[in-house]
Design a protein around this ligand. Structure first.
Ligand code: DAH
Length: 337
């Protein structure tokens, strides 16, 4: 075997490493028990005496070169494993795989989807509206007078040019009624904003679902029927519901709707403030003044509307006692849903 040829071969082999051959293959080829170096060493006794010393030295030098080439390559593989360089070693299929953590829906998204699905089953469409809204749609067209406290700068985030961050989802009533003629049955999920100090039950941003239906001869009993379907689907068939007279500028008559406290079942506890009932939404028959703003004839059409807070429903449903938990992105909380 020609030492010079082996010398050239070894350099080119180690250059091609990774693509054509693996490091282990080369280690065996040169340094293995039956490898080239061993063969060269084994051939020494067959040489002429005066040739042996020089040949032996040359073989030793070759061996050293092979060992250092292997060490060099091993180090560069380790570096590229830690760095960004491409790893050209064959994959180690014995390594455990990289598991992807599966995400899931946020509890508020689940409640929104659930409530929208309930109303879709009884023929409602889901519509969304912008979070930046005109003062006109948010207040004026909903028959909320200029002097109403909710229009105060302390209760609404005002922007420039008579725009604001909507303080409820009700303005989408105006948008939808202006865009479509009755009959109309729509639910509107979305974010709303109010400059409230944040505490366990207040947030400057929260979610509502608005619902409304307009047609010839829609009655208060239609509202009751729709809300009963909602309450039973969300809180169970046994749930009791009551309507308390209330005032909203955009509905007449108006009501606040309570469910029998799901914690104490009506006996009175700290969650329901000893009342035995929990308020879950506001509702009523759409005010004729609202119909006039959207160009509907109030003599021809009637309709009902309601609005509910998603966080409140979710807190009751899942027994959550602090609204801030929804927005802190703490996985220890979110993983429970
Ligand atoms: N917009 C009201 C609020 O944010 C909730 C509401 C009450 C909506 C009565 C309605 C309704 O559609 O009829 O407090």
């Amino acid at each position: 075997m020609d030492i010079g040829a082996v010398k050239i071969q070894i350099e080119s082999d180690f250059q091609n490493i990774g693509s054509a051959v693996s490091l282990e293959e080369l280690r065996l080829k040169y340094l293995g028990r039956k490898g080239i170096i061993a063969q060269l060493t084994g051939s020494i006794p067959g040489l002429k005496k005066e040739e042996r010393a020089a040949f032996g030295q040359a073989v030793n030098a070759l061996k050293k070169r092979a060992v250092s080439l292997i060490e060099e390559k091993e180090k560069s593989f380790a570096d590229s494993l830690n760095g960004e360089g491409a790893v050209s070693r064959p994959a180690d299929i014995g390594l455990p795989g990289i598991t992807q953590e599966l995400g899931h829906l946020h509890p508020l998204t689940r409640v929104i989807d659930e409530i929208c699905a309930i109303f879709m089953r009884i023929g409602f469409s889901v519509v969304e509206g912008p979070e930046i809204e005109s003062e006109y749609n948010n207040f004026t067209a909903l028959n909320i007078p200029l002097e109403h406290p909710s229009r105060d700068a302390f209760d609404t985030f005002y922007l420039n040019n008579r725009l604001l961050l909507r303080s409820h989802t009700s303005p989408v009533q105006i948008r939808a009624m202006k865009a479509h003629k009755p009959p109309l049955a729509i639910v509107v999920p979305g974010r709303v904003y109010r400059p409230d100090a944040v505490d366990a039950s207040h947030s400057f941003m929260f979610h509502q679902i608005e619902g409304f239906m307009v047609d010839k001869s829609i009655k208060f009993s239609d509202l009751k029927g729709a809300l009963e379907i909602l309450a039973k689907a969300v809180f169970g068939q046994e749930i009791k519901m009551r309507f308390r007279p209330h005032f909203f500028p955009f509905t007449e008559p108006s009501a606040e709707v309570d469910i029998r406290c799901i914690i104490c079942n009506g006996k009175g506890c700290s969650v329901c403030g000893r009342k035995g009932w929990l308020e879950i939404l506001g509702a009523g028959m759409i005010h004729p003044a609202v119909f006039k703003h959207v160009g509907y004839d109030p003599k021809k059409y009637t309709g009902f509307a309601f609005g509910l807070g998603i966080e409140r429903i979710a807190m009751l449903k899942y027994g959550i006692n602090d609204i801030r938990l929804f927005f802190e992105n703490d996985l220890r909380f979110l993983r429970q849903f």
